[in-house]
Design a binder for this molecule. Structure first.
Ligand code: GLA
Ligand code: GLA
Length: 666
């Protein structure tokens, strides 16, 4: 990752996806006037415009995009110009039926939605490179161009013959010979031993459980395949004008076969789309977690703290559990600034103007079906003004003393249906640890295994199931340098191929933790096990034998009555905690507060009331987000950049409001 960035003019980015291809030019002019009124300075254009840019194979129609980019430039708005490769036109699928994706059940999909291609099919890759190349040739030096936005939310899979061949090539590169593959996948089980590469395929639908190593490698293969589809476009775009940064918008979720941490080195700026899957306080917890995940990727990619970009978010309604929820006034601004607090270089919405039809006609927009005379547009205008007041501040570096490890492959591996319990969720466990710290007022980094841990005094491994030797070494180095460690159940149970590390769980960390786990007792969804000292455990429990560690809390009742649930092992001056169940939220918050405290990490803004999120940054700013419906007094001294108010010892943040304080010593 380089330092090239679309915010080099000192302002934070503000805007969203704009789809002029859906509208006549009168609407473009109205849109641009509204963008100016709202303080917009960056719009993402062309994401799904392939059929308007290339209506027939090889015939390009650029006049409309020329006019759009000129119009933006004339109005001081810059463009994140997309390559439209996430939605090939109908002619493409009719011409190249072999490039249409095949599901695990062998069903070949066809056009009519989006993302209908196989990223391993040569015809698709040729077509994608070709449209990227002509866009680069035409627009790489356009004065409106701020950023290339390649594709959209890479995340597709396929099981066609092109994929089978590509998967075999990838496996040959990874393992060299079949013996190594047989060993990694433990093919001695169920007579799966391969005696010829031609026998190895993608994990199609199977009669019963599929091989976990094969499934895991299939995800890794897709991550690398999609990455090569991205990098070949990126290289064409870079070649046309090396000064323009290139990125792609990450879609979050462990269904995505993309290891975004590995991708972070290949983008000029990490860009994420974030849509909370919940309303209420869960939404702010999810927002903080997603932002910290993005910051961890950005730092990993750049090799130092670096800003990232919120490339998509919902200005208003979000889909939760089958219905739309309208955001109450203030939430758009507060959640947008929550991302900025945690390192985003701006706020981008999906989408600027709501479409009149199409599959996502009811997805939220800054300019809704009702037009711009709306509370949402007025709030977007106020947000634009607020972002304007933060111009010149330096996003990217956040003060955090705790790091939570988060690893795509561990999430994938835990999804295998042959695990001791359904619903095991590494990202969910990482989010739970983050949420407990969030409620304790402690800011955390979220980092991929292997990332630099400078500044981290407590490292948390939340159900980090896979542990390669390199990951084990990373954890050991942290502990031997005096860092504290907190490990939760199922971490370090398997190696990077999902083979069990034998001799008692968790094979990777037994000695550091001073425990040996003999057997698992997964809990039912509605089951709770009481713990001594208060609280309960959920989801999971285990038979833990201390081997050097002291018991902090034991199971109270059930088959594990009296046995250790939470242990602590002294290593020099540091502590290595083992947590063999998922404590309830209050207990988890107390536990992590204690573990952080022993490691010397305190809340970001001691004295901030419950419900006020505080993020302190290295640029001297303290972000205060009041998620409650009451005014809240926060002990702070300095200048609120949003209102111009000075605080001498305390500041009242209005209900649902935000303050950004340039702190002074009190
Ligand atoms: C059946 C099968 C075995 C094994 C067990 C697992 O009995 O015959 O191969 O799968 O179930 O419990
Ligand atoms: C994603 C996609 C967009 C759109 C939105 C809808 O983030 O990138 O194209 O589908 O979701 O909320």
């Amino acid at each position: 990752m380089t330092t090239k960035a679309p915010w080099s003019d000192g302002r934070l980015c503000y805007g969203g996806d704009w789809n002029p291809e859906q509208w006549p030019p009168e609407v473009w002019r109205e849109d641009v006037a509204l963008m100016r009124a709202a303080g917009v300075n960056l719009v993402t254009v062309g994401v799904f415009a392939w059929s308007r840019l290339e209506p027939e194979p090889g015939r390009h129609t650029f006049d409309w995009l020329d006019r759009v980019l000129d119009l933006l430039h004339a109005n001081g708005i810059r463009a994140a110009l997309a390559t439209p490769t996430a939605s090939p036109p109908p002619w493409f699928s009719l011409r190249h039926p072999d490039a249409l994706p095949v599901t695990a059940d062998g069903v070949r999909l066809t056009h009519g939605s989006r993302d209908t291609y196989c990223a391993a099919a040569p015809a698709y890759r040729d077509a994608a490179r070709s449209i990227a190349e002509v866009l680069a040739a035409r627009y790489a030096h356009h004065p409106a161009l701020a950023l290339w936005h390649v594709h959209n939310e890479y995340g597709t899979t396929c099981h066609c013959p092109h994929t089978e061949a590509a998967f075999r090539r990838w496996l040959t590169g990874r393992y060299g010979d079949l013996d190594a593959l047989n060993d990694a996948w433990v093919t001695s089980f169920w007579s799966q031993h391969y005696s010829d590469w031609a026998q190895v395929g993608t994990p199609h639908a199977t009669q019963y459980l599929a091989n976990p190593g094969q499934l895991l490698d299939f995800r890794r293969f897709w991550s690398d395949t999609l990455l090569s589809a991205y990098t070949e476009q990126r290289d064409l775009l870079r070649a046309a004008n090396p000064s323009v940064p290139v990125t792609t918008n990450y879609v979050l979720g462990d269904w995505v076969p993309v290891d975004h941490a590995r991708w972070a080195r290949e983008v000029d700026v990490v860009a994420i789309d974030h849509y909370p899957s919940a309303v209420g306080s869960d939404a702010q917890e999810q927002t903080a977690f997603a932002a910290d995940v993005a910051r961890g990727w950005a730092r990993h990619g750049a090799g130092r703290p670096a800003p990232w970009l919120l490339a998509e978010s919902a200005p208003n309604q979000i889909h939760v559990a089958g219905r739309m929820h309208t955001k109450e006034p203030g939430r758009m601004t507060r959640h947008s600034l929550a991302h900025v607090a945690r390192g985003s270089a701006g706020v981008m919405f999906f989408q600027w103007r709501a479409p009149a039809g199409g599959a996502e006609r009811f997805h939220s927009a800054v300019v809704s079906h009702a037009g711009a005379d709306t509370r949402v547009f007025r709030e977007a205008t106020d947000l634009g003004a607020a972002l304007g007041r933060l111009a010149g501040t330096a996003p990217g570096r956040v003060e955090a003393g705790v790091a939570i490890a988060y690893d795509a492959a561990s999430g994938w591996a835990l999804r295998h249906p042959g695990m001791p319990r359904a619903g095991l969720d590494h990202p969910g466990e990482a989010a739970a640890a983050h949420r407990a710290l969030w409620h304790a007022g402690v800011t955390a980094d979220v980092v991929p295994p292997g990332a630099p841990l400078d500044g981290c005094r407590l490292l948390v491994l939340p159900a980090l199931y896979l542990a390669s030797d390199a990951t084990v070494d990373w954890v050991r180095r942290h502990v031997h340098a005096g860092g504290h460690l907190l490990v939760t159940w199922l971490s370090g149970v398997a190696d990077e191929h999902a083979r069990i590390r034998l001799g008692g769980y968790p094979g990777a960390y037994r000695d550091l933790l001073g425990v040996r786990v003999e057997e698992f007792h997964p809990l039912a969804d509605d089951e709770h096990v009481p713990l001594t000292g208060g609280g309960t455990g959920r989801i999971w429990s285990e038979t833990v034998h201390p081997a050097g560690a002291e018991t902090i809390s034991a199971y109270a009742g059930g088959v594990l009555d009296g046995r250790p649930a939470i242990t602590r092992h002294r290593i020099g001056d540091a502590c290595a905690w083992y947590v063999s169940t998922r404590p309830d939220d209050d207990t988890y918050r107390r536990l992590l507060t204690e573990a952080a405290g022993l490691a010397g990490v305190t809340p970001t803004c001691p004295g901030a009331p419950e419900g006020v999120e505080a993020v302190r940054r290295h640029d001297g700013l303290l972000y205060l987000l009041n998620h409650t419906d009451r005014p809240q007094r926060v002990p702070v001294t300095g200048l609120d950049l949003l209102t111009g108010a000075t605080a001498d010892g305390s500041l009242t943040v209005p209900p649902g409001g935000v303050a950004v304080v340039r702190e002074e010593p009190s």
